[in-house]
Write a protein that binds this ligand. Structure first.
Ligand SMILES: [Zn+2]
Ligand SMILES: [Zn+2]
Length: 337
């Protein structure tokens, strides 16, 4: 792609030089434009909202990579089946799902998606790869789904048991977690969780950045993460696209402090939430530092917190650009790269 664009620019420059040299009466030189090669890998942002806030403008976290026509889902927040439909990705074509971590804005709907595929008549396995706890979620979902499944059996409309189609795989350790003819998927533990030693979450809860190497692109998802030293930059080294989470700290703090009927807005809870926001998510400046250090070709900001429709893009982009000189795009649902 880059080479053809470069060649095209060179041919055009040569044509202009030839035209000038031949004088003003010369006929313009027609330069054939090489057709752009079709992309092997497409990235579509399905949901760009960060956190549990549900709103009308952004769906919760989800992305789909389509490589040689095969879709791979990355995170599956609430409403992911509907978002796939809006992106014209047929639900029965999904067979591999990757989950960065087990917060519900990322994992709420993979079970629902698989259940819908089963009810539609899908018979091929769908596998979700996620951190520890993913297999136990599968077992819980199968129980949740059982009355519906039984009803379909009784009607004679299903010929495969849900448990033979709905599969889960706990990622035992960072590293290569999946490969096929299209992609290699590598996981790296990021810096979202900070459970201290001796607490139940320590070493049990894990959150991953995911790297997808395809025949024509490298796409890295930061997952939810706070500042991570050199680790994330090393992991994303040379990526074509870094899809990075981002938080506007003053904006989310103003929203959290606003009295809201039905919500606990006590100072103690707000203080705990703000500690989470600051240490377990990334400011635009922190994103810029990582992107610059990694030397990625493009930054796509997603998982926006607060992600309010009234926020100007500059609130997210300007801080990234303080440290990173490449292109920065504020993600929107259904945007394709
Ligand atoms: Zn999240
Ligand atoms: Zn999270």
């Amino acid at each position: 792609m880059r080479f053809s664009r470069l060649m095209s620019a060179m041919l055009m420059a040569m044509a202009i030089v030839a035209q000038t040299a031949a004088g003003q009466n010369a006929q313009p030189v027609q330069t054939p434009q090489p057709a752009a090669a079709p992309k092997i890998t497409r990235l579509i942002l399905l949901g760009t909202q960060g956190g549990p806030r549900v709103n009308a403008d952004r769906a919760q976290s989800a992305n789909v990579l389509i490589v040689n026509g095969t879709p791979y889902l990355v995170d599956a927040g609430n409403g992911v089946a509907r978002q796939l439909s809006l992106a014209h990705v047929p639900l029965p074509s999904i067979h591999q799902i990757f989950i960065t971590h087990n917060h519900d804005d990322h994992n709420a709907d993979w079970g629902t998606l698989m259940g819908l595929a089963w009810t539609l008549g899908n018979t091929q396995p769908i596998t979700v790869y996620g951190p520890r706890g993913t297999e136990s979620m599968r077992q819980g979902f199968l129980r949740y789904f059982a009355p519906n499944a039984a009803a379909h059996y009784l009607e004679g409309a299903a010929n495969v048991r849900p448990e033979t189609m709905i599969k889960a795989h706990d990622i035992a350790a960072p590293g290569l977690i999946y490969r096929d003819a299209n992609i290699r998927v590598t996981a790296h533990e990021n810096c979202h969780y900070h459970f201290s030693k001796g607490t139940p979450g320590y070493h049990w809860q894990q959150s991953f950045a995911l790297r997808f190497d395809t025949p024509d692109r490298v796409i890295v998802f930061s997952g939810d993460t706070g500042p991570c030293g050199n680790a994330l930059a090393d992991f994303a080294k040379g990526a074509d696209i870094l899809v990075h989470e981002v938080i506007d700290v003053p904006a989310i703090e103003a929203i959290l402090r606003r009295p809201t009927p039905g919500l606990d807005t006590s100072p103690a809870r707000i203080a705990a939430l703000m500690t989470h926001m600051i240490t377990e998510h990334s400011t635009p400046q922190e994103v810029g530092k990582t992107a610059s250090q990694a030397g990625v070709r493009m930054v796509v900001l997603s998982h926006l917190i607060p992600g309010a429709p009234t926020e100007p893009d500059s609130g997210y982009v300007d801080g990234v650009k303080e440290f990173y000189s490449g292109p920065v795009v504020v993600g929107r649902d259904l945007l394709e790269f």
